[in-house]
Design a protein around this ligand. Sequence first.
Ligand code: HEC
Length: 187
Amino acid sequence: MKKYPFILALALGTISCNENASIHVEEISPAKTTDYEHIGDSLTTNAQAVLLSNVAGAIQNGGFAHAVDFCNLRATLLTDSLSSESYTISRISEKNRNPKNAASEMELNILQNFTADNNHTLVENNGKHVYYKAIRIGMPTCLKCHGTSETLDTEASKMISDRYPNDKATGYKEGDLRGAWKVVFNY
Ligand code: HEC
């Protein structure tokens, strides 16, 4: 059984079999929205923690340039490995480093509407629910690989130009919006 009906069954307490199906749809839609947001939030919080601990480990093992190499090889693999049949987790940005992470027109709009108080949203796109949560430059470490000439690590910077010739993801300062987590629900 997929997670979604299971969670809904929990949220609603019980689902009776002899009720009219259309009434069910009416009844479940508010719970559905809350569930997608709730699940999206916990999935992205976890993904962020996993990615951060991996990057921190790579920095500790070999410094910032080595960690760039690590991210180059592993970031997408990691987010893919956290995905499942029921949802796909990825990251998007207006100023993306990995070409695969470029925000679409619709997503640029979402990013532009994020504020300090409004940092996530749930939309429907091509019949699927998609959850987005803002990613900010939350600590000075981010600036070693996403900052300005004053804050960027020199060796990391060289490695970034080498691995990502079309990199747009520099020039940030602490607190800036860097992009967003994206969870596409397949149910
Ligand atoms: C060691 C260097 C390094 C550090 C430190 C670092 N990043 Fe990155 N970041 C990268 C690389 C390399 C990529 C591209 C990964 C890929 O190929 O998928 C990336 C990609 C991203 C992306 C995906 C969008 C894109 O541009 O492709 C986001 C969002 C992001 N980083 C946010 C952060 C935040 C927030 C921090 C601080 C908590 C941080 N990064 C720290 C190197 C780094």
